[in-house]
Design a protein around this ligand. Sequence first.
Ligand code: CTP
Length: 405
Amino acid sequence: MASNLNLKNKMESGLSKEILDTLKLCRDTAFESEYKIFLIGGVVRDLFLGREIVDVDVTVEGDAIRFCHILADKKLCKIVRVQNDLKTAKAVFPNNIEIDFASTRQEFYPRRGHLPVVVRIGCTLEEDVYRRDFTINSLALSLNEGSFGDVIDYVGGVDDLNNKLLKVLHDNSFNEDPSRIIRGLKFAARLDFHRDEHTRELQKVYIEKNLHDDISWSRIKSELKQTFSMNIARTYDMFLVNDTYKLVYGEKPDIKGLEIKNLIDNYSPEYPWLVYLGTVMKNQKIIEAFCFTRPEKKIFTDRDYLLNNNLSLINSNYDIYKFFDKRSVESILIYYLLTKRKEPLIYLEKLSKIRVELSGEELKNLGIEEGKKIGTLLDEILKKKLAGIIVTKADEQRFVRSQIK
Ligand code: CTP
């Protein structure tokens, strides 16, 4: 129902002039053509909280494609994409603003934990709201003549925003979509919110009872990626304390989020989220189910190689170098976090930066025959550089000449 709140001022400060002008254009057309249009979900939440808004999606009560055609017929925009099954459309306006228009819809989960199917398109706004995850993500904002900026709150989302609470809309929420458990973690960390007691209880029950469910791992993966890519230390601590790690059949390590964050800040790995996850996720079936890309998967295979091969025989810098050489930075960091050995950091800090400066071509010019000998000699130089016996390029050349003699 309409609350007494109006976010027009926040819209003026939180949205660019171009976006706001475009929304007003939509408002006028909606009025003339008797459509009702709204902002809904994350954008309303973020406007309310004064967070940065980059792009906005508009929800149309009814058929969004038809509404877009009305805009296009008036030469106000060009339709650049249409998806007929969901009745969504993307339009670009003359000021280059792109807006995605979605039709209100009701969803149904035929299999627990799998993607929902749409049961009705063009339902009322209220019916659309009830398919959503948390009350704070279920607020709508009117873009209509006479009520522009009014907040519509069917589920108590405004109170929960004020109280910094994450509350699911109904008791079946996590059963329908367990990725909401990770979304809860994401919003808790990003917004500094807390799950209300009942939501925590529902999460606990889901995690305890539904461990062996076959669920949509791609959704879980996507949410975990967003969550840990934020690189917020306490996200990881919450992940362990709340037993959320059990959702991916994880093993609980004795590691603090801050340790991981510091390493990530220091070594800037390409996949920071996998450093967090790689300390926990061991189950090969789930790793397979995540359908990682090739470089992502390498992090897990490198990690397992490092953990399964014995470092105890290692006693020289050269051994350390060979052990970690060509392994991804992420896997080396995970190995360090899990074993607390000093060698991974010695490698990353010092040894990985040591390179043989002479090229194969230069060795040939110095009189070394082509073939296996070159490889052996380069390795010999590396060994001496790692031991600190050879330092400069001139040292390398001297060593090569001594070998020729
Ligand atoms: N939503 C949901 N359940 C999900 C994913 C999304 O109910 N598993 C709903 C929420 O109402 C959410 C909206 O769809 O606000 C849009 O989803 P998304 O873009 O993923 O979330 P945002 O809330 O916009 O969050 P973010 O700021 O991370 O993009």
